[in-house]
Design a protein around this ligand. Sequence first.
Ligand code: RIB
Length: 321
Amino acid sequence: MVESSKRDSGRPAAGSRIGVVGSNMVDLVTYIDRMPEAGETLAAPSFSMGHGGKGANQAVAAARLGAEVMLVSRVGDDLFGEGTIRNFQEAGIDARHVRAVPGTQSGVAPIFVEPSGENRILIVKGANEHLLPSDVEAAAAELRSCGLILLQLEIPLETVYHTIAWAAREGIEVLLNPAPATPELDVGRVLAATFLVPNQTELAIMTGLPTGTREEAERAARVLVEKGVRTVIVTLGAEGALLVTAEAVRHVPPVTVRPRDTSGAGDAFIGAFAQHYVRSHDIEAAMAWGAAYAADSITRPGTQKAFADAERFEAFRASLP
Ligand code: RIB
């Protein structure tokens, strides 16, 4: 069993509450036969609207599986914002630090899903750009009770750096999902995070290296470990996931399903990983749990809409060979 090295250091066991400092979006999902060419208009089979955003998705996945989750996020002062806050409350998430920013619009994400289930996502960050370090300070008392904080890159980088530094001072573990990837991310300022969880594209952008195969992804992840990242978990889509630390490399095999819509699969993996990890502190077991949860989610359309609750996930696991 590979455990977090921080836990091995004798630090007192933290709580099983999960904090998320991150984004929310309204997903505008169009199911297409193919992308139109420039200047071409094309009819598409169907459209669906739902709650999304990487931070929100991860929070909802963990909460659906029974984790206690609190979220720090910003919405616009519009109807989408009101609906988003209601959605968090319905999911049982502590949303006291999800607030509307006057004069802004809520984040939206036009998503295009091909018949193979492959997705293409645009994001308009809107109010998410207004989630500031001072908002994290304002939520410090609640965040202090968390055993793990989840971060992504749909909010200002300064807020990400600030949260990581603050959590390190407080002795709270952090999982950074560097998504969407940006070459502006300063790896030197995220080294205090316990986990870095990129997909292959994000890993390629962060390292400038090829990551198309499992071997390439491992080599690229090692570069990050050599820079001082403690634990790299690469999500490999249909290939499962890869754990790379200074001491170990482990491959967690995929759970094979027929994909309907892969959008949000990475968030499903992380939310479920977090929910398992805060109770077990067993990284490999949490990865296998996350991989199964993500596999189940891609059999249904949508992002949060596709995330199972604990009962439904148990039924999925029971149906596996
Ligand atoms: O990871 C999937 C998510 O990315 C979508 O829900 C969309 O909102 C974008 O944030």
